[in-house]
Design a protein around this ligand. Structure first.
Ligand SMILES: [Zn+2]
Length: 129
């Protein structure tokens, strides 16, 4: 059962809050609409989704339900942002002190055949690079 409660804010504005109780199917529909759909900003995080839902709906242990829904959302898990405050600068590899002590080797493939050959082997000596 969906119960709606009307609140009067100020003199003319009306806000509708729907208490949807322990109806987990209704809860899932609400979270789906406000987290996963284009309406909800496309797989936004727990904090943003919680506040968006809290403005319109209420049910017991709402934050836990939203948290577990989002934690099981594979799209959110794959797209979530870096949580490190400052990832820092790239750390360069140490420069070798002797030539030919460190080399990299790579093959460039898929080239058109020339003199019966279609691959180039690229060797980079890290000392002189
Ligand atoms: Zn999602």
């Amino acid at each position: 059962m969906i119960r709606a409660t009307l609140f009067r804010i100020g003199s003319s504005d009306l806000m509708v809050e729907c208490g949807i109780g322990n109806n987990s199917l209704a809860q899932q529909h609400v979270i789906q609409a406000l987290h996963s759909s284009g309406l909800g900003g496309g797989h936004s995080g727990i904090h943003a989704t919680y506040h968006r839902i809290k403005a319109l709906f209420a049910w017991p242990r709402m934050k836990q339900t939203i948290t577990s829904y989002i934690q099981s959302c594979t799209i959110y898990q794959q797209a979530k942002a870096e949580h490190v405050k400052s990832p820092g600068l790239l750390t360069p590899l140490p420069v070798p002190c002797v030539p030919w002590s460190v080399v990299s080797l790579d093959f460039v493939e898929g080239l058109p055949t020339s003199n019966k050959k279609n691959v180039i082997m690229v060797v980079v000596v890290k000392f002189s690079k």
